[in-house]
Design a binder for this molecule. Structure first.
Ligand code: GDP
Length: 472
């Protein structure tokens, strides 16, 4: 379908400029971010707010009253799972609202908008239609791009060097290094090594580390248990004999690249027009300087994916097409009083600065923002030791994921200068958000779309305006 796609795109852009009346343009919006960043909640809230259209004042087409209707349609791609909007929404809107299960694999949803044309054309033309195809996929999968230009030996070397610096990683690295890579290949041995390595990746991830490749070891999708997912880094040994553990692992690493990474980039990634990259910056800040430095490095890795010129493999699959706009959004901003939001945005800008500069060179427009897809808190200012304290109030999640008690929190402050946070992790580095943040696990506020009940999100409408408002 790539040739057909290119043709359709061509036709769309021609008719789009010539008449606009007959074309039904499609915007493919990619939503990504590492596990737990907030993709599922973002998409559910975005779609709910667009379908309802009561709460999006910063979306210009909405403010101008030009969105006549919005509805979900069967998506055009028959083989991609559909984003389970209805189940997620039902959980968030039930009497005891629960957070939905997060993204595990790629999925898609088509939302169609019927619009009254803007400006002078308004009187001359009838309504037109725009399709928004939302594509949800794990950010972990983008990290695999870094494998495409590496040999198994290079990758092994890198991971075995990094592993010891992570909680529990030293023992695993030692065990892998001690492995006899020249021994004859043995499936159960391979399985044990892959499992040991995967456990170490999960542990690193839980401790806030982000560079955890291969991405599918954390989120395997439908490939779980296949040989292409059953390998581990071993001490490089270029002279290992045929049929040795090393040779078979090397073969599997190459199969992983060819059969898993490449098709994902070709079939999903290369077709995206607009992209939002969600980042749980607050979580990493709270986890401490090392986790934050790791997030910064990982963001830089992830974001090379948006710079096709930098990588021969990417240039080949993009073939001149490019992602036009990229939004970097720090999620869960409702954990902070709004007086801290500008600082969070500045941190997000600093975290992604390199990547944004580079994206700009390859023609994409970028922006950084602090958002909350679903606001779970309200704000208050309370007296505290003779002064006042800005707090957020919300309902805590109990251990069994039910709603616990209402409480007010002060998560601690963010620095006014992002450099104080992002300075390379060093001995005695400052920590931030070290007050109440650790216990701030809020239950979702019941997602309500009734007018006059206070905004259920923070800047979701601004995010929408940047991402696709210009095309409405
Ligand atoms: P995914 O793995 O990227 O799909 O992440 P999810 O969308 O499942 O979000 C992970 C968790 O982050 C959720 O279960 C919530 O606990 C939290 N979360 C996501 N968005 C928000 C938000 O806007 N506000 C708050 N308070 N928590 C959020």
């Amino acid at each position: 379908g790539t040739i057909a796609d290119t043709l359709t795109r061509g036709v769309e852009s021609v008719t789009g400029t010539v008449s606009g009346a007959f074309a039904e343009p499609t915007i493919r919006l990619g939503v990504t971010g590492l596990s737990g960043a907030g993709k599922t909640v973002f998409i559910t809230a975005l779609v709910a707010n667009l379908l309802d259209r009561g709460r999006m004042p910063q979306l210009v087409a909405q403010a101008e009253g030009r969105i006549l209707s919005a509805y979900l349609q069967p998506q055009p791609d028959d083989t991609i799972p559909r984003f389970d909007y209805e189940t997620h929404l039902a959980q968030l809107t039930s009497d005891s609202p629960r957070w939905p299960e997060g993204t595990r694999a790629v999925s898609q949803l088509r939302l169609s908008l019927r619009l009254r044309p803007a400006g002078l054309l308004a009187g001359l033309q009838g309504p037109r239609k725009v399709h928004l195809d939302i594509v949800d996929y794990p950010g972990e999968w983008l990290l695999d791009l870094g494998l495409m230009d590496k040999t198994y030996g290079q990758w092994s070397d890198r991971m075995l060097t990094r592993l010891p610096h992570r909680p529990g990683g030293a023992k695993v690295a030692e065990a892998l290094r001690a492995e006899d890579a020249r021994a004859p290949f043995d499936e159960s041995r391979a399985r044990t090594l892959a499992q040991t390595y995967t456990t170490a990746l999960h542990q690193a991830r839980r401790a806030g580390f982000s560079d955890c490749s291969p991405g599918r070891f954390l989120l395997p999708g439908e490939m779980e248990g296949s040989p292409a997912l059953t390998f581990a880094p071993l001490p490089p040994d270029p002279s290992a004999p045929r049929n040795s553990l090393w040779r078979e692992m090397e073969r599997r690493f190459e199969a992983y690249k060819r059969r898993i990474v490449k098709p994902f980039f070709r079939d999903h990634f290369a077709r995206i027009d607009r992209q939002v990259v969600l980042v749980d910056a607050l979580g990493a800040i709270h986890a401490g300087p090392q986790a934050l430095e790791d997030l910064r490095a990982t963001m830089a890795d992830i974001l090379t994916a948006f710079r096709p010129g930098a990588n021969a493999f990417l240039s080949q699959i993009f073939r001149g097409k490019r992602v036009e706009r990229i939004l970097f959004a720090a999620t869960k901003a409702d954990h902070l009083h709004h007086s801290q939001h500008a600082r969070l945005t500045a941190i997000m800008e600093a975290l992604t600065r390199d990547a944004r500069d580079r994206a700009r060179f390859s023609g994409a427009e970028t922006q950084a923002m602090a958002i909350a897809s679903l606001r779970a808190t309200t704000e208050a200012t309370l007296p505290h030791k003779g002064e006042t304290l800005d707090v957020v109030q919300g309902t805590l999640l109990d251990a069994d994921n039910t709603r616990g008690k209402q409480a007010a929190f002060h998560p601690g402050a963010l620095p006014d200068d992002p450099a104080r946070l992002l300075a390379p992790a060093r001995e005695g580095a400052e920590t931030w958000l070290d007050e109440d943040y650790a216990i701030m696990r809020f239950a979702p506020a019941r997602l309500s779309l009734k007018p006059g009940e206070g905004p259920p999100h923070i800047r979701l409408d601004r995010a929408a305006q940047f991402l696709f408002g210009d095309r409405l």
